[in-house]
Design a protein around this ligand. Structure first.
Ligand code: PLP
Length: 364
């Protein structure tokens, strides 16, 4: 039952496990890409060879996600967190506010960053109930002078997720860092989507931004260049040196996902993977408790607690003997978290569920 290259089942929340096939291809691309005599890390970002890689990467992403023609695809730096600053600076005009939906730790950070720069409205906050559920976004009242509505489609730390693409009266901005490409989604419902690559797409160091072209006209004049979304788009993400290697790796992941059958296939796989672990929680007669309300249970990050700190410690320690690692929950929630992004195998979920059943039987 050993995994290729003696790899373990790595439940890390990010950076996280990548497909072995992609890593193998990248190994070759690191030394001599496609007979060019250069590795991808070593070539000029303005050269013909890398330009080919870059355009192909964008084309694969557009095909995979069904990105309409009036959207630009950008590969930026600064992480998803940098978009918490860039988005309000570019999209919120004079005299406008911006609405934020807070369903967990990342949404809270997004709101805080935007509030430092100008007017914001917390349109919804699930803090009082411990960030366990998600609201109906279409029913949330939006401020009259709102520039956009921001939400986090999957709260990575709490493990709560939205499963639909809502229709609202202002441009919808979404931090999709931890569930992008995990299911088919309708890009045309969004004004701007951003996602750090290191959960579902590739290594850390690059942030995908998909933005509707008309919104680029909102960027105020005299914006600092590195904060200027319009400038980034005009320069096709090459205003300065982009994270070439990370972009290349994302392209390999997109190609792999297309070959596997696209987003519908991954949605079905991800649902099955998550249900294997949630079933182990639900059948444990209260030994394991899921953090999220069942209606909002994330298919990417399964969060759960055990009856005591001692049992949690013992559970995490014992997990390593089963080649299961990265299960410690975020300190703000405690307990355990199984992050099972697109590249994580079903077999690892089954091994975890089996271990959970055995552990509950021995310690319950
Ligand atoms: C991981 C994560 C982030 C932070 O991404 P960085 O690339 O580290 O800035 C932001 N939002 C969500 C939902 C995340 O999961």
């Amino acid at each position: 039952m050993s995994q290729p290259y003696d790899r373990i089942f790595n439940f890390s929340a990010g950076p996280c496990t990548l497909p072995v096939e992609v890593l193998e291809e990248a190994r070759d691309g690191m030394l001599n890409w496609n007979g060019s005599g250069m590795g991808v890390m070593e070539m000029s970002h303005r050269g013909k060879v890398f330009d080919g890689i870059f355009q192909q990467t964008k084309a694969w992403l557009k095909e995979l996600a069904g990105v309409p023609d009036n959207y630009q695809v950008l590969f930026l730096q600064g992480g998803a967190t940098f978009q918490n600053t860039m988005v309000p600076m570019n999209l919120r005009g004079e005299g406008q506010t911006a609405d934020y939906v807070v369903t967990g730790a990342w949404g809270k950070k997004s709101h805080e960053a935007a509030a430092l720069l100008g007017p914001t409205n917390k349109a919804f906050d699930a803090k009082a109930e411990g960030y366990r559920s998600v609201p109906d976004l279409e029913a949330i009242p939006i401020s009259p002078s709102s520039a956009y509505l921001h939400f986090t489609s999957n709260e990575t730390i709490q493990g709560v997720e939205f499963f639909t693409d809502p229709v609202v009266s202002v441009p919808l901005v979404c931090d999709m860092s931890s569930d992008i490409l995990s299911r088919p989604f309708d890009v045309s419902r969004y004004g701007l989507i951003y996602a750090g690559a290191q959960k579902n797409m590739g290594p850390a160091g690059v942030t995908l931004v998909i933005v509707r072209e008309d919104l680029l006209q909102r960027t105020p004049a005299n914006m600092q260049p590195m904060l200027d979304l319009k400038l980034m788009a005009e320069n096709d993400s090459m205003y300065n040196t982009p994270p070439c290697w990370s972009i290349y790796m994302c392209g390999l992941v997109y190609k792999w996902m297309l070959k596997e059958g696209g987003l519908t296939v991954f949605r079905d796989r991800n649902r099955e993977k998550a249900s294997v672990i949630y079933r182990a929680i639900d059948e444990s007669e209260g030994f394991f408790k899921g953090h999220a309300d069942p209606s909002a249970r994330s298919v990417m990050n399964v969060t759960f607690t055990l009856p005591s700190e001692e049992l949690t410690e013992a559970f995490l320690k014992g997990a390593k003997a089963h080649q299961l690692d990265g299960l410690k929950g975020h300190r703000s929630v405690g307990g355990c978290r199984a992050s099972i992004y697109n590249a994580f195998p079903l077999e690892g979920c089954e091994v975890l569920a089996g271990y959970m059943r055995d552990f509950a039987a021995k310690n319950g």
